[in-house]
Design a protein around this ligand. Sequence first.
Ligand SMILES: Nc1nc2c(ncn2[C@@H]2O[C@H](COP(=O)(O)OP(=O)(O)O)[C@@H](O)[C@H]2O)c(=O)[nH]1
Ligand SMILES: Nc1ncnc2c1ncn2[C@@H]1O[C@H](COP(=O)(O)OP(=O)(O)O)[C@@H](O)[C@H]1O
Length: 197
Amino acid sequence: MRGLLVVVSGPSGVGKGTICEVLCRRNDRISLSISATTRSPRAGEVDQVHYYFTTPERFREMIARGELLEWAEVYGDYYGTPRAPVARMLESGRDVILEIDVQGALQVKERTPGAVLIFVWPPSPAELERRLRGRAKDSEEQIARRLEWARTELQAVPKYDYVVVNDQVEDAVCKVEAIMVAEKCRPVYFAGLGVVT
Ligand SMILES: Nc1nc2c(ncn2[C@@H]2O[C@H](COP(=O)(O)OP(=O)(O)O)[C@@H](O)[C@H]2O)c(=O)[nH]1
Ligand SMILES: Nc1ncnc2c1ncn2[C@@H]1O[C@H](COP(=O)(O)OP(=O)(O)O)[C@@H](O)[C@H]1O
């Protein structure tokens, strides 16, 4: 059976990366898609592991060749999902998580029927700011920009299928796992197996 395509979005610092890492670590049928980006690597980030770090020229080539499932400009840099690895993993039956922004998520929703969109939300605005600062990976200017953008992203929440509040990481991961199990029991998921024609 084809894998499930799950989109995880939410404001910067809410804990998307933390949730997805735990989810993939304990479910060996779930893979995280590696995005391409023109942003510079942060300390500790490894090319081809955390992102495919690339130039704006190369990124524009990928767009022109149709190599990206979706792409968007976020905080002044380009980010996009390489299409081929995602298609390969889904066809082999693996579930795939795209940790991407709202603009990209809505493109996936339009182009990929069956994709499940999950929005991760903080327990409070103050806690979001605390996490963003606690991560200590962004400048004050970058933090202000990310908090401002969080207010814009909030408007897209009704277009998502689910909202998961990330209070305790363990609870949030369990909720994402539960959503994935439930989505795999929808009749539409069995199209092609003779259950739905
Ligand atoms: N549309 C799109 N957004 C992405 C992609 N990869 C990452 N993003 C989003 O880009 C934003 C910035 O990501 P990043 O630079 O890693 O910063 P962080 O979210 O603050 O850790 C986040 O909202 C990510 O979800 C992608 O392939 N496509
Ligand atoms: N449920 C949580 N409670 C407390 N801190 C958290 C929680 N989830 C994530 N964090 C912390 O918040 C910071 C931002 O998390 P991260 O996963 O990098 O966010 P994002 O990927 O959404 O930008 C990290 O320091 C992380 O350890």
